[in-house]
Design a protein around this ligand. Structure first.
Ligand code: BDR
Ligand code: CA
Length: 325
């Protein structure tokens, strides 16, 4: 059982990641959601956290509000592919906001101190809050069991040819986190999330499954799918953050390798994660595991089976068809 704090900027794929994590209480205990500016501003992100928890009937999970802007920068842009409100501009009954009194950083530092070596951090947005906690308490990194994050890439980018959004948005925070001495960091970046592509037929299956969660995912992904079409002429969408939940449920979905990762905070490659994964780079002490391959059929099988078990066989047949070689 992994006791997890989800640090999120919801976010369409963030919502899907939270739904998947919540669907596996035998593997993941969600201790709290903390919110951060990223895909949308902090007020939208926080409202969206409550909406998501309401839809999956997990209003028992406490929510702590995090930072409203990157550590050292102004907000350069929010992610337009998530809509103006972060959740695809869909009309839905918004969840009631019942915020905890502590800030996200106060909570994380306290929780980590009270549960030394027990808690896993699951950042699926910019790393601003976690860097803030590192700066606030010199023992914070030591007190955390591990971090499994979505961000970065070894070989590609989505904000520039080399930089991924979460690291690009707050590169100074990402740098602090990678240099903080956490016991274990697992970086799930674009190299693998690009392979987690939900096809139009899978999205249609979500509509036909017809539960509140499946219909909500179908609705919020409309604008997300449009943005993939407009930018890349691809039909479907990438489920970036969802891979982190999947990995925490079943580690066999990803192949990982040990590496030294350094974050660039300046110049044309600002926000890039530089991955030293082969041994010709001497003197670089490994600080991370980087995901480099995805078992796509296992991933989508798990996605449907955990959340919509009655449709396991239908989903498996569809996945087999969509990913036939
Ligand atoms: C990351 O940026 C956001 O758009 C997604 O929610 C994900 O966390 C992908 O680069
Ligand atoms: Ca996100």
């Amino acid at each position: 059982m992994e006791r997890v704090i989800i640090d999120t900027d919801p976010g369409i794929d963030d919502a899907m990641a939270i739904f998947l994590a919540a669907s596996a209480p035998d593997r993941i205990s969600i201790e709290a959601l903390i919110t951060v500016n990223g895909n949308t501003d902090i007020d939208n992100a926080t409202q969206n956290a409550f909406t998501i928890l309401t839809i999956c009937e997990r209003e028992d999970i406490p929510v702590y509000k995090g930072r409203s802007k990157p550590l050292k920068r102004e907000v350069r842009m929010c992610e337009s592919s998530h809509g103006d409100d972060g959740l695809g501009n869909v009309k839905v009954n918004k969840g009631k906001i019942v915020l905890q009194k502590e800030t996200a950083e106060e909570y994380m530092v306290r929780a980590a101190r009270e549960n030394k070596g027990i808690l896993t951090l699951m950042p699926i947005g910019p790393l601003t809050n976690i860097a803030g906690a590192v700066l606030r308490d010199e023992n914070f990194a030591k007190n955390i069991k591990r971090i499994v994050l979505m961000g970065g890439a070894e070989h590609c980018g989505n904000m520039s040819p080399t930089a991924e959004f979460n690291f690009w948005h707050d590169p100074e925070a990402a740098k602090i986190v990678f240099e903080a001495g956490f016991e274990e960091i697992i970086m799930v970046g674009l190299d693998v999330t690009r392979k987690a592509f939900m096809t139009p037929a899978m999205r249609e299956l979500l509509y036909q499954i017809n539960t509140p969660i499946s219909r909500f995912i179908h609705q919020i992904t409309r604008i997300y799918v449009d943005s993939y079409w407009n930018k890349l002429k691809n039909l479907g969408c990438e489920l970036c953050d969802v891979l982190v939940s999947a990995f925490l449920i079943d580690e066999s979905v990803l192949k990982i390798k040990e590496a030294f990762v350094e974050i660039e905070t300046d110049g044309i490659c600002c926000g890039t994660s530089v991955v030293y994964s082969v041994d010709i780079w001497t003197g670089k002490k490994k600080n991370c595991y980087v995901a480099y391959d995805l078992d796509v059929k296992t991933f989508f099988g798990l996605f449907f089976e955990k959340q919509f078990p009655a449709f396991k066989e239908t989903a498996e047949a569809l996945i087999e068809h969509e990913y036939r070689v």
